[in-house]
Ligand binder design. Structure first.
Ligand code: NAI
Ligand code: MG
Length: 351
């Protein structure tokens, strides 16, 4: 990282990806500028539309160039599922998953906060402000499995969950550091260690051991099924959650739903060891149903840029962006706004 400059790769992607990224980049550049930093963006055209034109998803050469940046701001990739031109799963596998595994994004970080002005489907949501630290490179998502005797009554399908001591340790350490840095200093491990005794045991033992190094962090454990109940009945009990790849995938969707929906959920794909650039994105996809109309909410992408700033060590600038979003949400009223209007409003709040 060159001093005072953020060397940023920007992957706008498909559909509403470029629409929300334009606003996020604008806000990011202003917030960084206010903190005396310069943003130097390099745009990469990747996604379903690029694949249709060039036949390429993500070349080795592009991977090498991406690797050289400080961080990646990512919109969304993916074709309209109704279009038969792009094989299902191709873009997800060859771009999203490829980046996550090749750049060792072992932390999938998803803050969940109920902003003033956001409407939760819960009748008494309470104060929702927690962060899920989800494992990103192991568990049942590694593709360790197969099928034999396909399409016969004797078919056998396996999907082996891979959990390494190294992988669990670096995840749990990150989560304790995150909990230590927040005012409530509370960390909840979520697993299913009464049934998944092998993987769950590794998680529980690692968690208990590292807990000894963080006496100021209070700890808790929940089975994942019970966790879904509390996420609905008492989400305010959570501060930082640490969990495996699969449970984290499901819980973060539930977390997004209780905090007012997909327009506000941001995510960091983080390589906390700094051996490759981390990637920050809105959780939502390319939303082909509303693409091209300029009505997508860019708030999630803007919040992703705050995560990016925080990751690069610019905490004050990250807090500025989050506070600007908070003020915008609180004052926005109920009239529909365009993507551009929301971006401009957040920019105005930033000053
Ligand atoms: P989606 O998140 O794109 O859309 C789901 C629903 O939420 C749609 O009705 C959409 O209009 C709405 N929505 C999403 N973002 C919004 C925003 N910022 N403001 C207002 N409304 C918003 O998920 P869907 O429809 O399942 O997937 C569409 C495409 O996106 C698919 O090709 C899928 O594979 C891809 N996708 C890509 C992701 C990524 O790049 N990380 C993540 C999820 C899906
Ligand atoms: Mg998901």
């Amino acid at each position: 990282q060159r001093h005072g400059t953020i060397d940023l790769a920007v992957i706008p992607g498909d559909g509403i990806g470029p629409e929300v990224v334009e606003q996020a980049l604008k806000v990011l550049t202003r917030a960084a500028g206010n903190a005396g930093l310069e943003v130097a963006p390099t745009e990469y055209r990747l996604g379903a539309e690029a694949w249709l034109e060039t036949g390429e998803t993500l070349s080795e050469e592009t991977m090498t160039r991406l690797r050289g940046h400080d961080a990646i701001l990512f919109g969304a990739v993916g074709a309209d599922p109704k279009s038969a031109e792009v094989p299902s799963g191709l873009i997800e596998r060859e771009i999203l998953l490829r980046l996550r595994f090749a750049f060792d994004h072992f932390i999938n970080l998803r803050p969940s906060r109920l902003f003033p002005g956001a409407v939760s489907p819960l009748s008494e949501p309470g104060e929702i402000d927690f962060v899920v630290v989800r494992e990103g490179t192991e568990g049942p998502y590694v593709g360790n499995g197969g099928v034999i005797r396909k399409d016969t009554p004797q078919e056998i399908a396996t999907e082996v969950s891979i959990n390494t001591a190294h992988g669990v340790e670096r995840l749990v350490r990150f989560a304790f550091e995150k909990a230590q840095s927040r005012p409530r200093r509370k960390l909840t491990l979520i697993h299913k260690n009464n049934v998944l005794v092998n993987a769950g045991g590794l998680y529980a033992r690692t968690f208990d051991r590292i807990a000894g190094e963080y006496p100021e962090v209070s700890t808790d454990y929940l089975h994942v099924d019970a966790a879904t109940i509390f996420m609905t009945t008492d989400p305010a009990r959570f501060d930082v959650i640490v969990t495996d790849n699969l449970f984290g995938d499901i819980l973060t969707d539930q977390a997004g739903a209780i905090t007012g929906g997909i327009g506000y959920a941001a995510c960091g794909n983080i390589n906390a060891e700094g051996t490759a650039p981390s990637m920050f994105e809105p959780v939502h996809g390319s939303a082909p149903d509303i693409a091209g109309r300029g009505v997508a909410d860019p708030t999630a992408a803007v919040l992703a840029s705050a995560l990016l700033l925080r990751h690069l060590g610019h905490e004050a600038a990250a807090l500025d962006v989050e506070a600007a979003v908070e003020r915008d949400m609180a004052g926005k009223g109920t009239a529909p706004r365009t993507t551009h209007q929301v971006g401009e409003a957040i920019l105005a709040e930033l000053g």
